[in-house]
Design a protein around this ligand. Sequence first.
Ligand SMILES: Cc1cc2nc3c(=O)[nH]c(=O)nc-3n(C[C@H](O)[C@H](O)[C@H](O)COP(=O)(O)OP(=O)(O)OC[C@H]3O[C@@H](n4cnc5c(N)ncnc54)[C@H](O)[C@@H]3O)c2cc1C
Length: 406
Amino acid sequence: MTGGAGTDSRSWFLRDEGERARHQVVAKLSAAFAERAARYDEEGRFPHENIEALRASGYVRWTVPKRFGGEEISLYEMLLHQEELARGDGSTALAIGWHVGMMLNLRASGAFPEPLFEEVCRSVVARGALINSCASEPVTGSPSRGGRPQTTAYPEPGGYRIRGRKTFSTLSPALDWILVTAGIDGSQDVGEFLLRGEDVQVVETWNVMGMRATGSHDIVMDDVFVPAERLVSRLQPGQKSPRNRDGGGWLLHIPATYLGVALAARDAAVRYAASYQPNSLPHPIAKVEHIQEKMGQMELKLLAARTLMYDLARRWDEADAQARVAMRPQLGAVKTLATNSAIEVVDLAMRIVGARSLWKDLPLERFYRDVRAGLHNPPMDDVVYRMLADAAVEDVTQPGFSRSGN
Ligand SMILES: Cc1cc2nc3c(=O)[nH]c(=O)nc-3n(C[C@H](O)[C@H](O)[C@H](O)COP(=O)(O)OP(=O)(O)OC[C@H]3O[C@@H](n4cnc5c(N)ncnc54)[C@H](O)[C@@H]3O)c2cc1C
């Protein structure tokens, strides 16, 4: 696929020997994860052994800056690996994607004070420490909507005491560092606090239809003391986190993951079509016209979404800070196109296979459930369409935009 003769879906977007070598490491991990993905999904259990393998391979430090002992891989390369991991197991890929993505985000945005960032990076390099940001709450819903967190930080000498609960805390069973948002008592401000994993209690609430092995449980903070230097930003109403200074490039780990799941569905369906020959036909179903059309549609959707994603990742890697911020609508467009295309590709794959796609001994029904979760990761579709519309209006109304002039 997904480019025509002489290309294949695994190597088509690889650019150099470094990417190729690291991609081989990831492909091996992915193959091992694929073997056990159905079991973790069935049991809704967090895949600690996969996370340990990712630590042992060094993957968890690949986005850490070189000055602190990491590989400092590009956004583009991170997406190659996230896609490949998701081809084996979507849950493991989404879970570790938050960590590698966040290290890239902190590297690009400079949102943490340098000594704190160094401490986090060194812990990742030395012992495979993992980080994620936990901002969602039942009452605020998606943090991207701007609601004030109910989790509250109470100032006290030397720091703050935090009380509250976060939902959807992906990777929670393995987190060493957790960035949480909390309203600061006595003010309208919201703080971003860096907590240690052992400070919080994980409550196992994650029993859902898709991405079941991401460990996205609730975390509870019961009077957790946080020293003042772990308040990494204090935001007034309407003010954005300094993490936004990267334009949101790191969030492309999300579309990469769902495209990986879609690629796995495409692989399974095409393999099935090439070998399944009912006795009503003199050849496998891959030569039947309507099956060929569906296979072609899958290829086209994957090619379009992947090309957009990798093109924008390359542009982001090459852009300066200001240009990265201006790219936010286009980066959001990648997420919307990719997650919706992934849903369509899995649907087509299941139509190709027919009723057998419903069976638990094929992976397609898991892919069907997993890709659905993509709709509920940020940025949400309505936000993306609004950003694109605003950007279009700004484009045609700027001074000097001519084209007809009416
Ligand atoms: C697999 C998975 C992993 C996740 N991992 C994490 C994580 O690691 N950390 C984390 O913090 N979060 C995580 N999330 C949570 C995610 O970021 C969202 O907070 C969560 O999915 C809730 O979003 P929502 O749109 O369904 O909820 P809500 O915001 O409650 O929205 C519910 C409905 O109301 C609409 N709506 C609500 N408010 C508005 C508004 N202001 N304007 C317009 N429409 C509105 C929405 O469009 C939606 O239709 C994860 C989610 C999933 C599915």
